[in-house]
Design a protein around this ligand. Structure first.
Ligand SMILES: *Cc1c(COP(=O)(O)O)cnc(C)c1O
Length: 369
């Protein structure tokens, strides 16, 4: 008998490389001073205060399993979007829902289409299912090439994954362009519209995917509590789609895929309009400051619709990443996405942004350590 082997398609998977946690960097480099993390697009204002209060009040219920139906949170979300609660699904982060879509829709050999270099989870999910991954290069402006994606659709295409804004570029497709795209989608295809940063997008031209969902299109809209609501550590996101699509996803999920504490925190974070407003404001101010400073330092960057900026140093970015890290600033190298000369850097609060810029200035000015 041959030795135990994992399924051959797993050889195509490179494990996801998350941003490095502060405690890991502190331990590894023996850094005692402050370390700031600008690597995972977390909210620099922290967790929503309303969520934090609710968590403290409910922590003693941690011995109970969650409400697996997610009744209260789904009701609240359904009301907010004017849909039936049966059109909502909760996830262990919104990445959970990308996996569930692959589990529910991809037979071996079925195709998932996405933009090359965009958020990598859909790629991993496709390989797990032994699906065929079709990657369309981004346009020169580092946007989704919607025409290219449409042209790539075949009878075997089941899922199109579109993150908008794109992680790691921060660019968006405009509303009209998106509308035309959706109008051309054939009925055998599911479009995942991953809108993890939509609360941050201040562009008036941002897409309206709800309209298409309400018109009966095969769209799964993904939102998350990880970014603007500051709940990344609790792991909760949600999807909205037609009932038939949600029913399929519900069949393949693990029970209790949204924890009790995550549901409670999310429920209260939704009421925290002040936290959301402040977060957008801090992000806008940070964006303006960083654009100015990147310009001053002569760095190439992509204007963003999210809370991170793609900065291309045009030289190997790994040494820059390491020097920043030694100065207590964690950023995100993205060679896995195909951009070894770039870093994806989260927009922080004022203090964090200043610390980033002064470290960069030192490094680019020729400091060797
Ligand atoms: C951050 C991010 C998410 C959110 O993931 P969670 O699992 O909800 O934490 C989803 N999609 C993209 C493109 C992201 O950048």
């Amino acid at each position: 008998m041959a030795d135990l082997q994992p399924r051959p398609n797993l050889s195509r998977i490179k494990p996801y490389q998350p941003g490095r946690p502060i405690e890991v960097v502190a331990r590894e480099l023996g850094i005692k001073d402050e370390i700031i993390k600008l690597a995972s697009n977390e909210n620099p204002l922290g967790i929503s205060p309303l969520a934090r209060k609710a968590l403290a009040e409910n922590i003693r219920e941690g011995n109970f399993y969650p409400d697996d139906s997610g009744y209260l949170l789904k009701e609240k979300l359904a009301q907010r979007y004017g849909v039936d609660p049966e059109m909502v699904i909760l996830g262990n982060g919104s990445v959970d829902l990308i996996y569930l879509s692959a589990f529910a829709y991809l037979d071996p050999g079925d195709q998932l289409i996405m933009t090359r270099g965009s958020f990598i989870i859909a790629k991993i999910a496709t390989h797990i299912m032994n699906g065929e991954l079709i990657e369309i290069p981004p346009t020169k402006e580092m946007r989704h090439d919607l025409k290219g994606i449409l042209n790539a659709i075949t009878d075997r295409t089941k899922v199109i994954y579109l993150d908008n804004p794109i992680n790691p570029f921060g660019t968006i497709v405009g509303r009209e362009e998106f509308d035309r795209f959706v109008d051309h989608l054939p009925p055998h295809v599911l479009l995942i519209s991953d809108e993890a940063y939509y609360e941050y997008s201040t562009d008036k031209n941002y897409i309206d995917s709800m309209k298409h969902l309400m018109a009966g299109k095969n769209i799964l809209i993904l939102h998350t509590f990880s970014k603007i609501y500051g709940l990344a550590g609790l792991r909760i996101g949600y999807g909205i789609a037609r009932k038939e699509i949600i029913t399929a996803l519900m069949k393949v999920r693990l029970p209790f895929n949204a924890s009790r504490m995550a549901q409670i925190a999310a429920y209260h974070a939704l009421d925290d309009e002040e936290h959301v407003r402040k977060s957008v404001k801090v992000n806008e101010a940070g964006k303006e400051y960083l654009y100015r400073e990147y310009d001053r330092l002569g760095l190439f960057y992509l204007p963003t619709n999210a809370n991170f900026i793609f900065v291309d140093f045009k030289i190997d970015a790994q040494p820059i990443f390491e020097k920043l890290q030694r100065r207590g600033v964690i950023t995100r190298p993205i060679p896995q996405y195909g951009f070894p000369t770039a870093l994806r850097i989260t927009i922080g609060d004022e203090h964090q942004n200043r610390k980033l810029i002064s470290a960069l200035e030192e490094i680019l000015g020729g400091a060797s350590q």
